[in-house]
Design a binder for this molecule. Structure first.
Ligand code: GLY
Ligand code: MN
Ligand code: MN
Length: 437
C-alpha cells in the first residue's frame, strides 16, 4: 500500500464525508450523526462470535475495519470524534493504540465499553441520528437508521474520492498476484482447496479479511454463479474460474478470471469473451446509463453465442427474445467500494426515489447513469447451467439452440471476466488491467 498517497488524499476525503453527513443531517432535521463501527455477534447458544464485518457507513470514513465497539460522532462545523474501543480483555488481544495518517484528524477518546457512547453525545439524544445494527438501546431517544439519512449517504457512495480511488487501485494491485498464483496452482493440478490457499498466501489475507467469500470453481463448478465450496480432491483439469478480491483500507477489489488448461473450442470462447469484456470496459464513461451497457452486453453475447454455434439467432434477436438470459443470467456489474456490492445502485436521487431494474433484467443491480469517478464492475459471463438449460429445453426457444454444441461445452462450466472500472468524463480507467492482463 502506498501510504504517502493515502495520507495526502485523506484530508479531502474526510472533508467530503463531513459535507455529505451534514447534508444527511439536514434531511433528518438532526444535529449529530453517531455511527457505530459494528458490534460482535454471537452464534446461537454459543460463546463463539461470527467473523466481524464492520458497518460500511463507518469504514467509509476511516480505515478501521477490525474494530468492533468504536463510534464516530459528526457534528457540523466541529472536529469529528472517534470513540476508540479498547476493552480491558485478557482473553483476547485488544486493538493497538490508534496509529496512522488518519489519526490527527479526529478527537480520539478511548472507551472500554461500546455503551459509553451515551456519555459522549454532544447534545440531546433526540437531536442525534444513530447508524448501526443492534445499537438502539445504547442511546434511547435517538433516531435510528432513518431512511432519509441512509438515502443521502448511499447515493454519494457511488462517486469515489481520490483517497478511495487510491485504496481501490491498491486493492486491485494486491489481488493481481493472487489470481496469478491461483492459475499456477490450477495448472499444476491442485484441487480447489489448494488453489484457494495459494490465492490467500499470495495476497496475504486470511479468509476473514477478504472482502467477500472467494469463488474458486473448477470445471462444472464454474457454472454455479456463487459457488461456495472447496473440493479437496484433484479433478481432471479443464476450467478454473476464480472470482476473488482483496482489501485495502476497507475498500474491495472484485475480480474474476477464467483460465483453461488447454486450447480448443472453450478456450477460444474464453478469449472471445475477454475481447468482448474489454470492449464493454472501453464504453464506461461519465454520462453512460449502465442499463444501456447491460443491454449491449446481452446483444454482443448473443452474437458471440451465434458465432460459436451455440444458438441460431443473431445477437440482437437473441437478446430481444430473452434467449441470452439463459446463458448470462446476472447483471453486467454493480457499484464497488467499501462493500463488494456497494449500495445505492437502484436509487434515482439522494432522496431515495427508487430506480428499479427493467422487467426483462430483474437482476441488474445498477440502474444509474455513471458520473465522474463512479467505480463499477464490468463482468459479462457465459455459463452452461443445468437448471437453466432444462428450462430452455422446455421453452419455445429450444429450437434456436444447437444442443450438440451445448453438450460439448457443458463440462467446462462457464466463463466470467470481471474488472473494476472508473468512469471518467473523457473515457475510463481500468483499475484491474493495470495489474492483471
Ligand atoms: N463477487 C461477486 C460479484 O462479482 O458480484
Ligand atoms: Mn462483481
Ligand atoms: Mn466478482
Amino acid at each position: 500500500m502506498d501510504t504517502p498517497t493515502l495520507a495526502r488524499h485523506y484530508p479531502a476525503h474526510l472533508a467530503r464525508c463531513q459535507a455529505i453527513a451534514t447534508e444527511a443531517l439536514v434531511a433528518a432535521e438532526a444535529d449529530h450523526l453517531v455511527i457505530s463501527a459494528g458490534l460482535e455477534h454471537y452464534a446461537f447458544l454459543d460463546d463463539q462470535t461470527y467473523p466481524f464485518r464492520a458497518n460500511p457507513l463507518f469504514k467509509a470514513w476511516l480505515p478501521l475495519n477490525r474494530h468492533p465497539g468504536c463510534w464516530l460522532i459528526h457534528t457540523p462545523g466541529e472536529r469529528p470524534v472517534l470513540l476508540y474501543h479498547q476493552p480491558r480483555d485478557f482473553w483476547h488481544q485488544p486493538p493497538a493504540d490508534p496509529a496512522g495518517y488518519w489519526t490527527e484528524a479526529f478527537d480520539i477518546r478511548v472507551i472500554r465499553d461500546p455503551a459509553e457512547v451515551a456519555q459522549h453525545l454532544p447534545g440531546p439524544a433526540e437531536r442525534s441520528v444513530l447508524l448501526g445494527e443492534g445499537v438502539e438501546a445504547l442511546v434511547p431517544g435517538a433516531q435510528v437508521n432513518p431512511q432519509s439519512v441512509l438515502h443521502v449517504l448511499h447515493w454519494h457512495r457511488a462517486v469515489k474520492s481520490r483517497y478511495e480511488l487510491a485504496c481501490m487501485r491498491a486493492a486491485n494491485e494486491r489481488a493481481a498476484p493472487a489470481h496469478r498464483a491461483a492459475r499456477e496452482a490450477f495448472l499444476e493440478g491442485a484441487p480447489e482447496y489448494e488453489i484457494h490457499l495459494a490465492y490467500l498466501r499470495a495476497c496475504g489475507h486470511t479468509d476473514d479479511e477478504l472482502p467477500y467469500h472467494s469463488i474458486v470453481a473448477v470445471n462444472e463448478h464454474a457454472a454455479v454463479l456463487h459457488y461456495q465450496h472447496r473440493e479437496r480432491e484433484p479433478a481432471p483439469r479443464r476450467t478454473l474460474l476464480v472470482d476473488a478480491g482483496a482489501d485495502v483500507g476497507g475498500y474491495a477489489s472484485d475480480i474474476t478470471r477464467t483460465w483453461t488448461a488447454g486450447d480448443g473450442e472453450f478456450a477460444d470462447l474464453v478469449g472471445a469473451l475477454d475481447d468482448l469484456q474489454r470492449g464493454l470496459c472501453a464504453e464506461v464513461r461519465a454520462g453512460v446509463a449502465f442499463g444501456d451497457l447491460h443491454r449491449k452486453a446481452h446483444q454482443r453475447i448473443g452474437q458471440l453465442l451465434k458465432e460459436t454455434g451455440v444458438i441460431r439467432l443473431d445477437g440482437e434477436a437473441a437478446a430481444a427474445a430473452g434467449l441470452t438470459r439463459y446463458f448470462f443470467p446476472h447483471g453486467l456489474g454493480h457499484l464497488l467500494g467499501v462493500q463488494v456490492h456497494d449500495v445505492g445502485g437502484q436509487q434515482a436521487d439522494p432522496q431515495g426515489t427508487p430506480a428499479p431494474p427493467p422487467e426483462d433484467y430483474p437482476k441488474l443491480r445498477l440502474t444509474r447513469r455513471l458520473e465522474q469517478d463512479t467505480v463499477v464492475t464490468i463482468e459479462p459471463g457465459i455459463y452452461f447451467i443445468d437448471m437453466l438449460l432444462e428450462e430452455l429445453q422446455a421453452s419455445e426457444l429450444a429450437a434456436e439452440v444447437h444442443w450438440p454444441v451445448v453438450e460439448r461445452l457443458r463440462p467446462w462450466g462457464g466463463i466470467r471476466i470481471e474488472d473494476n472500472v472508473r468512469a471518467d468524463a473523457g473515457g475510463h480507467e481500468n483499475l484491474t488491467r493495470a495489474w492483471l492482463p
